[in-house]
Design a binder for this molecule. Sequence first.
Ligand code: HEC
Ligand code: HEC
Length: 394
Amino acid sequence: MSHRSRVAILLLAAVTACEPLASPRADSAGDGNPPTPGGPLLFLTARQQLGFRQGRALFQTTFSPATGLGPLFNARSCAECHEQPVVGGVGDEVETHATAYHGGVCDDLARIGGPVIQDSVTPALHAALGIDKEPVPPEATAVGRRTTPSLLGFGLLDAVPDSELAALADPDDRNGDGISGRLNRLPDGRLGRFGRKAQIATLREFTSGAFINEMGITSPPEPHEQTIRDTPLPPGVDPTPDPELEQAGLDATDAFVKLLAPPPPTLSSFIELQGRKLFATAGCTGCHVPLLHTGPNPVRALSNTTVAAYTDLLLHDMGPELADICLGQAEPAEFRTEPLMGVQYKEAFLHDGRAPSIEAAIQLHAGEAAGARDRFLGLSPQERAALLRFVSGL
Ligand code: HEC
Ligand code: HEC
């Protein structure tokens, strides 16, 4: 059996395995009911719903060395990490990234295996090299730990035009509020917005990058396996022909991620409404911008609408305590404002999960966020509780 037909069969088996999603109730598309967590956006066409289901199947497909896994990898499926409380959500996996920063210039170590360090190898690579994981290269000047974020609603973030983000940027702090959001502009001029350092411009690229970086699955845009530094892989450790995933599989996974509905709104009580006001008066909205607007989009559900993501997708200097790696133009202390959309699913907060609670995460805000942090700390205990109640429902 050719590898392609094997993946096709896997895909088919997985689609049939997730029957519940096929029921119009769980789908809730077009019937006016609010989307269930992990379900698709409302008002999708039948074709888009099918793409979503096929993509969800691939997102859940467990790869093995025979279907392309490895030889270096972090997990066997997307859903092994993005899994709580639904497929596409958060996860307890924490991975390692490493880059080198020299005199203000960032080197993502692309020529020696890239910033994502793989913590597992296939039995064949273990047998050939006697290693259990990719070592952090000695060229790296810093290591960053990264928790697995929720992807719910991220297609809407992908659909926000660059011009909206550029209008929010204030690199020289002209409005004097102490906050100077910066764009992570890529060498080709596009704006980065995904990943903790806003290092990737589109969800489509993040998805093909995740296949290769997290699972060692090659695809048409990422045709080469990950290597250990610049050493070529020993012969025979990667017998599956490249690309291990064809374009159609990538397109389906991309559709699933793009069409995932944002978390359904939680009920707003008086105290949450009070918390929302305090969130604004404390200055949290200086970075966690409540609403972004999408532009015209070929997918109607993503077109000219809003997303309550509570982010500006810009880079902010968060002070030396949180600093770790650089990526693109993002300096070690700069992080993209983490969308608070989906924070209700998290148990550990900030990029490396070091904060055990939302309150602890706020206390660790420094740099450009020091003013907002201090205003939060200056609130009465009752006001702080209201603000925390509001944030924990997002
Ligand atoms: C080993 C665990 C793991 C696996 C497997 C994994 N991811 Fe992720 N994912 C992460 C982590 C960790 C991040 C945060 C990376 C960062 O901050 O730079 C992330 C971030 C993302 C983002 C960007 C979210 C954001 O906040 O901007 C997308 C999109 C994504 N993953 C999609 C996928 C897809 C699609 C797959 C399967 C092809 C996948 N992931 C597999 C751990 C994983
Ligand atoms: C100067 C910009 C800025 C301001 C102002 C700001 N934040 Fe943040 N916030 C960030 C950035 C950047 C991160 C990501 C930091 C990281 O991952 O280490 C973040 C992360 C968080 C997180 C953790 C999210 C997660 O998923 O781990 C919470 C909660 C949060 N902010 C709440 C608040 C609250 C509440 C306020 C107001 C008191 C506030 N922030 C003010 C920029 C800001």
